[in-house]
Design a protein around this ligand. Structure first.
Ligand code: URA
Length: 253
C-alpha cells in the first residue's frame, strides 16, 4: 500500500485538532463497508457555493465598498444611530475576499470597548475553531447581526434586527463568501428566516438567497462559541467540530 504524504499530514493534523477539541472519535468518511456518511448525515440537498455571474469586484473595490458601507451604516442605521447604551459600533472585520464568513449575534462588552467583533472569551474560542480549521482570523470575515451592543448583552429584539440587518446583507453582497457559518440562534434565525431553534438546525446545510441579487450562499448553522463555553461537553464540541469539517469540505469542493 502506498502512502500519500499530503494525506498523512492532513490526517495527523486532523487527529491533533480532534484531540484539542476533546473529541475522541469523529466519523469522517464512508467506510469500505459502505456505512453511513460522516459529517451531517442529514439527507438534504447540499447547495454548491456560487460565484457571481457578472465579474465581481476586486479586493480594492471590495475594501472600498466595505468602507463606504461602514460609514453609511454609522450615519444612517435606524438601530445604531438611536441606541444610547453602547460605546461604539462594531462593524465587522476580516478579509474582503474571504471564502468563509462567520456571523454572530451582537457585540459584547469587550467588543463594545474595542470596536472589534469576537475579541472576548467567545472570540478566543472562535479563534481556536478557526485555527483548528487550518485558517487564520485574517483569512475569514467576521460580522454580527447587530452592530451595537444590546444593554446587558440581552438577545436582540426583532425590531433591532429588522433595522440593522440590511447592512449585514450588504456586507455579504460585497464579500460574496463561498460559505457562511451562523453562530447561534439569532444569526441562524435571521439568515434562514425561521423560528426553529439552533439545536434542530445546526449541522444541516441551508441556503441564504440575497433578496436583491438572487445569489445563493450555503449556510452552516452551528452553536455560538459562548454557548459552547457554557456547555463545554464532549458532545457539543464534537458537534461543532463536525459542522466545521463539513464547512472545510464544502470550501474545498
Ligand atoms: N458574541 C457575538 O455574537 N458577537 C461578538 O462580536 C462577540 C460575542
Amino acid at each position: 500500500m502506498t502512502h500519500n504524504p499530503q494525506l498523512l499530514r492532513a490526517a495527523r493534523q486532523n487527529l491533533a485538532t480532534d484531540r484539542m477539541f476533546g473529541v475522541d472519535f469523529v466519523p469522517r468518511c464512508a467506510t469500505a463497508a459502505g456505512q453511513a456518511p460522516t459529517v451531517n448525515s442529514n439527507p438534504v440537498i447540499e447547495p454548491k457555493p456560487q460565484r457571481s455571474e457578472t465579474p465581481g469586484r476586486n479586493t480594492d473595490q471590495k475594501q472600498a465598498a466595505l468602507r463606504e458601507l461602514h460609514q453609511r451604516h454609522n450615519a444612517q442605521c435606524p438601530h445604531c444611530t438611536t441606541v444610547t447604551t453602547h460605546t461604539q459600533t462594531v462593524f465587522g472585520e476580516g478579509n474582503p475576499d474571504a471564502q468563509l464568513m462567520f456571523i454572530g449575534e451582537a457585540p459584547g462588552a469587550e467588543e463594545d470597548r474595542t470596536g472589534r467583533p469576537f475579541v472576548g472569551r467567545a472570540g478566543q474560542k472562535l479563534d481556536e475553531i478557526i485555527g483548528a480549521m487550518g485558517l487564520q482570523r485574517s483569512d475569514v470575515f467576521i460580522a454580527n447581526v447587530l452592530k451595537s451592543r444590546p444593554p446587558d448583552n440581552r438577545t436582540p429584539l426583532q425590531g433591532e434586527v429588522d433595522a440593522c440587518s440590511p447592512y449585514l446583507v450588504e456586507q455579504i453582497r460585497i464579500i460574496e463568501p463561498a460559505v457562511i457559518v451562523t453562530l447561534g440562534g439569532p444569526a441562524t434565525k435571521l439568515m434562514l428566516q425561521t423560528a426553529v431553534g439552533i439545536t434542530k438546525l445546526r449541522g444541516i446545510w441551508a441556503v441564504f438567497t440575497d433578496p436583491n441579487t438572487g445569489r445563493k450562499t450555503p449556510i452552516m448553522p452551528t452553536f455560538h462559541p459562548a454557548y459552547l463555553l457554557r456547555a463545554y461537553t464532549p458532545d457539543n464540541r464534537r458537534k461543532v467540530w463536525s459542522d466545521m469539517q463539513a464547512v472545510m469540505q464544502k470550501i474545498q469542493s
